[in-house]
Design a protein around this ligand. Structure first.
Ligand code: W6P
Length: 418
């Protein structure tokens, strides 16, 4: 009962969104002090987000909340909430240490004189290329001022990472378990079409899950010994679009070949401008493109048959604008009738059976190869929207489908929190 009250209390607080840009700025050159501050933020924010979900899971339309699998998912949210509120707060002593460290750093900053290149030590070449001068912070070692934190800092950070890793793992199979719950619900109401309120709940719920897992994943990654070059945690600041998309093409092609046991597989071509500067999470991009390609490949193979000698190729075109990077995937798989197109985004209308409870116990999500209009498309659209992008389908019935995946370059759009 005390837990229930505590959840109701936390659910009164608004959730706080974080933009991709904030995550990048915060995660650059992390030290045990910044990691501790991030842990403190998550220690406040995650219970709030989890509490919002528990309250929603308690108030679903038409007894959807009574379905056993939905109840099971709710218990995971309650357990994770409990883990976090029972985790010790960052001790005041440590916060004070950080404040003093920051004041010291600001004071040092103000004392620094105008940067004057030391001509007597510089070669003429170096004078002509001022960019080759070491930056202010390198010359005066601000950053190193705050690299030596007492051992309590890394101990606290390590323990917190263990706590959130455990939580992340507990929720690995949420998508397939909720899918199971939706199947229970469909049997219960005897209709194969989801109502708007349930659809809206699921969009909000899965979008929230993406955000929570992003924040946890980022904190775990920042606590690893060192991000690879070009990475800030799980974010890649100079993402190689063509490489990630080509990998998604190869994987989707393999899954398609394997599933239909094809001798020839539809060819997928990629057209991508050179040197696009873009910041994104490679795993999200891979996930979305992989899902779209599986749909296109399936449509083409099922239109031409799995014994065809050749297939019309699927074309992936990437364009770079000032606001958006757009990835268009064109197939000639016969298209979708206009009256059916909206159903593609629903969680109810699924031809493939959701995995059984037994399966979802042992397997994490996203393992079903080439599933039908499962949750792949609505979830991919949520991944796109999570960082300010979108996903649209335009179909020509009788010919094929174009998928437009828009990714926002203005990485300051805040997390949508539904
Ligand atoms: C189809 C159906 C579909 C969904 C998503 C992406 C591409 C395609 N092609 O025929």
């Amino acid at each position: 009962k005390r837990l229930t009250d505590s959840i109701a209390h936390y659910a009164k607080f608004p959730q706080t969104g974080v933009s991709l840009r904030q995550m990048v700025e915060f995660g650059q050159n992390p030290n045990q002090g910044t990691l501790l501050k991030a842990a403190q933020f998550l220690h406040d924010e995650l219970p709030i987000r989890l509490a919002h979900r528990v309250v929603e899971l308690d108030n679903l339309p038409n007894n959807l909340d009574k379905m056993p699998s939905i109840q099971r998912v709710k218990r995971w949210y309650i357990e994770s909430f409990n883990d976090l509120v029972n985790f010790p707060r960052v001790p005041e002593k440590m916060l004070q240490y950080i404040r003093i460290d920051e004041e010291h750093r600001n004071a040092t900053l103000q004392k620094i004189p105008e940067a004057k290149p030391n001509h007597s030590l510089s070669t003429p070449e170096a004078i002509r290329t001022p960019n080759s001068l070491p930056s202010l912070s390198k010359r005066y070692h601000f950053k190193t001022l705050s690299t030596d934190f007492p051992p309590e800092f890394s101990e606290y950070n390590k323990r917190f990472v263990n706590c959130i890793e455990h939580i992340k793992r507990r929720h690995d199979s949420v998508v397939s378990t909720v899918a199971q719950g939706i199947n229970e619900y469909k049997k219960h109401i005897g209709v194969n079409l989801i109502d708007d309120r349930a659809q809206m709940f699921l969009d909000r719920f899965y979008l929230s899950r993406i955000g929570i897992r992003m924040l946890i994943g980022q904190q775990i990654a920042l606590n690893l010994p060192k991000s690879p070059p070009g990475f800030v945690g799980v974010i890649q600041t100079n993402i190689k679009l063509d490489e990630v998309v080509q990998e998604a093409i190869d994987n989707a092609t393999f899954v398609c070949e394997d599933h239909y046991m094809l001798l020839t597989t539809p060819k997928v071509t990629l057209q991508c401008p050179d040197n696009i500067h873009f910041t994104y999470v490679p795993s999200h991009l891979h996930h979305m493109v992989f899902e779209l390609l599986k749909n296109s490949l399936r449509a083409v193979v099922e239109t031409y048959g799995d014994e065809a000698d050749d297939y019309p190729e699927i074309k992936v075109v990437i364009s770079e604008g000032s606001e958006d990077i757009t990835i268009k995937i064109t197939d000639e798989g016969g298209g979708i009738p206009r009256s059916e197109i909206d159903k593609v985004w629903t969680y109810m209308y699924t031809t493939a059976d959701a995995p059984s409870v037994e399966d979802s116990l042992y397997k994490s999500d996203f393992k079903a190869p080439l599933a039908g209009f499962g949750y792949g498309l609505p979830l991919s659209r949520l991944y796109a929207r999570y960082f300010g992008g979108d996903l649209r389908l335009v179909s020509m019935e009788g010919r094929g489908t174009d998928a437009y995946l828009h990714l926002s370059r203005l990485s300051n759009s805040e997390e949508p929190l539904a």
